[in-house]
Design a protein around this ligand. Structure first.
Ligand SMILES: NC(=O)c1ccc[n+]([C@@H]2O[C@H](COP(=O)([O-])OP(=O)(O)OC[C@H]3O[C@@H](n4cnc5c(N)ncnc54)[C@H](OP(=O)(O)O)[C@@H]3O)[C@@H](O)[C@H]2O)c1
Length: 300
């Protein structure tokens, strides 16, 4: 199998490439900055196509020639979720490629409506557009939050997490990037819907914990404090979102936390759909294991 990874120079892209190669898949890369690739990846690629932007159609067409499958792993970005994914989708149509993992690897947008979490609106628009207009059925991976993004430490003082309502009691799914890469390549290689070009939405995860459990494990492993702050009820969360959104509704990152808090307070980040069990491919990393490795803590 020849797999094209778009955005191969990224955190996830390089992990996907490493995992695919380890499983005997030939990998071609497409990206703007090949110098970001680790040597063990660049030296083992079938080939690399350099593009100047997501809408570099001739680079996309060149990279698609003869490939069996495409995974798009562009960075988290509203233009790339819609315009970037669409440019890749149209290139897969022209090349006759039937297996296309769209750039996703997100929290669960299937439980929410447009406007609930605006960063995902362009992705939801892409899903609708592909469904209405394309002969290719994209594949979407939903993995919750990447573990690497779970605990963002400020330069001064402890991590503080504000939640609303009972958001601290709902289970939130999370996945390490290495687990996500291993499970994605397994889905590519062995899922019958994927193989037959039927696409689909796949839920994967390393684990799920409430905010309280996350805080407790973080403190136990690292010895550092993670402060949970109750900001009030759902109405307070909605007011905080409204105030933040008013500043500049186009600045999606500017009110990302407030939007996420409203969804969390409604319990809508919890996975409601079945999760694929792929333990036979790779034992899911525990949160404790992730933190031990990340903080270089010696095991007792
Ligand atoms: N659920 C979560 O918590 C979470 C967190 C992070 C990411 N994600 C998802 O994981 C996937 C990969 O994310 P990542 O963290 O691995 O991304 P990343 O490392 O930030 O970036 C991946 C690649 O995207 C390319 N890129 C960036 N801006 C671009 C642009 N304007 N036009 C074209 N290419 C551009 C870059 O390649 P070049 O510079 O070489 O072109 C970069 O190496 C995304 O689908 C994202 O949604 C999920």
């Amino acid at each position: 199998m020849l797999l094209l990874i778009i955005g191969i120079t990224g955190d996830l892209g390089q992990r996907l490439a490493r995992e695919a190669m380890a499983r005997g898949v030939q990998v071609r890369g497409l990206s703007r900055n090949p110098d970001k690739l680790k040597p063990e990846i660049s030296e083992n690629l079938e080939s690399f196509v350099c593009s100047y932007a997501y809408n570099d159609i001739s680079a996309l067409d060149k990279a698609m020639a003869g490939v069996d499958a495409v995974i798009c792993a562009y960075t988290t970005d509203s233009i790339l979720y819609l315009d970037g994914n669409l440019a890749v989708l149209r290139a897969t149509e022209r090349a006759g490629v039937k297996i296309f993992f769209a750039s996703s690897f997100t929290n669960d947008w299937t439980n929410i409506q447009r406007g609930d979490f605006p960063l995902y609106d362009p992705l939801i628009s892409f899903v609708d557009q592909a469904e209405l207009t394309s002969s290719v059925n994209p594949i979407y991976i939903i993995n919750g939050t990447f573990a690497e993004w779970l605990f963002h430490e400020p330069t001064d003082g402890p991590i503080k997490r504000t939640y609303y309502g009972r958001a601290d009691e709902f289970k939130a799914s999370w996945t390490t990037m290495d687990d996500a890469a291993a499970y994605t390549i397994e889905i590519l290689l062995h899922n019958p819907d994927v193989q037959e070009g039927r696409g689909g939405v796949f839920h994967i995860r390393s684990g799920e914990h409430t905010l309280r459990e996350q805080a407790e494990i973080f403190q136990n492993i690292t010895g550092k404090k993670l402060e949970l702050i109750n900001g009030g009820d759902l109405k307070n969360a909605e007011e905080a979102l409204e105030a933040a959104r008013k500043k500049d509704h186009r600045d999606l990152w500017g009110y990302l936390l407030e939007a996420s808090s409203v969804v969390a307070a409604k319990g809508l980040w919890e996975f409601k759909k079945p999760v694929l069990n792929l333990d036979h491919v790779r034992k899911p990393t525990t949160l404790e294991e992730h933190l031990v490795q990340r903080y270089n803590v010696s095991k007792t």
